[in-house]
Design a protein around this ligand. Structure first.
Ligand code: DI6
Ligand code: FE
Length: 423
């Protein structure tokens, strides 16, 4: 090897979360065989912010450790990839605690939306805030996620609903990525709800989205993807198709809020556009699953929204498994249906509510979440060449991350090879 490493971290077990090859026998000592890609008593060597070597500490090539190499002896614990929250609406103004109260006395989410509350209430508060105010209101949510080891995060717009305010939200999201040690991907979700000024004219609003908002966001480099809410209280499949066609014209990949409250065939539509992900999916049917499997579209499950809405229809997890659809898990951090800023809690809920195994749930907030953002070559698992984003936890087995509620066992975050200041 040429030259020495910048740093080495050793003396912890590692859940690499690297993909297991489906074919070929897996020796017990190789990573991957337990679903966590475990390396016992492992070591990670870092150069230029990337993983240069990873394996059992006993096999670490001594030649890589030079006088400049910072060697961190951990003395136990577990290392996982930095967590990835691949579906959030983290940038918004105000809150909807009052609607929470209304829902507890019997009003449904759809009732409140039809009465002008819901998403539109947040739109009013978001439009009212300037960029600095919006950032200020969003920061506590971001800090909470970072405190639990999130190193990559998606943020959607969708509470501006006009050109100026959608771009404002995307700029705030980008700015958060510069101000905090986190990789942020932005998604334009202008087709989230009908703004009041377009009441009765959804097609007119979709014209604005396709002809003005998507082109402007693409031109300004403010969006990494385009999303829509395909639902009875959102937009029709035909309107969604127009949004996707405009995204494609501007070279932007798509994602979709699909089959959350009803089955409109949104997941299959999204798969037809090679979508990165289809999200929610409680009402997804097998035809949609087959389409997703064929397109490599990730199923993003959002147990926080399921829980808050007291939904009873479970996403078809067994069928997703059977068809080999990758499953990710995320907070859906938003003021209405998922006021959640804890990805660790989502690990627990993915297991208790959706019956994911702890290994599937952890893959859902690492490797599969990276895939849902098109970042699988960059992060989401600990392998040579990938960014050195990882977390050291005070746990004795990875399942503990999904097991404990309200206890944060995080010891240390390393982001792009740099250890972040301890809490
Ligand atoms: N589905 C959701 O769960 C969120 N948006 C969406 O399309 C809810 C957003 C909100 O209620 O503010
Ligand atoms: Fe959402």
């Amino acid at each position: 090897m040429t030259g020495s490493w910048d740093s080495v971290w050793r003396g912890a077990d590692i859940a690499t979360m690297a993909q297991i090859q489906a074919t070929g026998a897996q020796a017990d000592t190789e990573p991957g065989s337990d679903g966590f890609g475990t390396i016992r008593d492992g070591a990670i060597a870092i150069r230029d912010g990337r993983i240069a070597w990873i394996g059992p500490a006993a096999s670490l090539p001594a030649a890589g450790i030079g006088p400049q190499t910072a060697v961190h002896d951990l003395g136990g614990g577990w290392i996982t990839p930095g967590l990835i929250d691949c579906h959030t609406h983290l940038v918004y103004g105000g809150n909807r605690a009052h609607e929470f109260e209304l829902r507890l006395t019997g009003a449904s989410y759809e009732d409140i939306a039809r009465a002008g509350g819901g998403i539109r209430a947040t739109v009013a508060a978001t439009r009212q805030a300037d960029a600095a105010g919006l950032q200020h209101q969003s920061e506590p949510r971001l800090r909470a996620l970072l405190a639990e080891g999130v190193t990559t995060l998606e943020i959607k717009s969708g509470y501006g609903l006009d050109l100026e305010n959608e771009l404002k939200c995307l700029r705030v999201a980008r700015h958060l990525g510069n101000a905090f040690p986190v990789r942020i991907r932005t998604t334009l979700l202008a087709a989230h709800a009908l703004p009041p000024e377009f009441a009765g004219d959804p097609d007119g609003y979709i014209d604005l989205v396709c002809d003005a908002i998507i082109p402007a966001a693409a031109e300004a480099g403010l969006a990494d993807a385009v999303d829509a809410f395909c639902e009875g209280i959102g937009f029709t499949p035909e309107q969604t198709r127009r949004v996707f066609a405009a995204a494609r014209q501007h070279g932007l990949p798509v994602k979709l809020h699909a089959e959350q409250l009803s089955n409109l065939g949104g997941a299959a539509l999204a798969a037809g556009f090679g979508a990165l992900s289809a999200d929610h999916l409680e009402y997804l049917d097998e035809a949609g699953i087959v389409a997703m499997a064929g397109a490599g579209t990730v199923a993003v499950l959002l147990p926080g929204a399921f829980y808050m809405l007291r939904e009873t229809q479970l996403p078809p997890v067994d069928l997703l498994r059977r068809h080999g659809v990758p499953i990710a898990v995320s907070t859906d951090c938003n003021p209405g249906t998922s006021p959640v800023s804890s990805l660790l809690l989502m690990l627990n809920m993915a297991c208790t509510l959706f019956r994911l195994t702890p290994a599937e749930a952890l893959a859902g907030v690492t490797r599969q979440a990276a895939r849902a953002l098109g970042l699988q070559a960059e992060c989401g698992s600990l392998e040579p060449g990938k960014t050195a984003d990882f977390v050291v936890w005070d746990i004795d087995r990875p399942a503990a991350l999904a097991y404990q509620i309200g206890l944060n066992p995080l010891r240390q975050v390393v982001f792009g090879g740099r250890p972040l200041p301890r809490r």
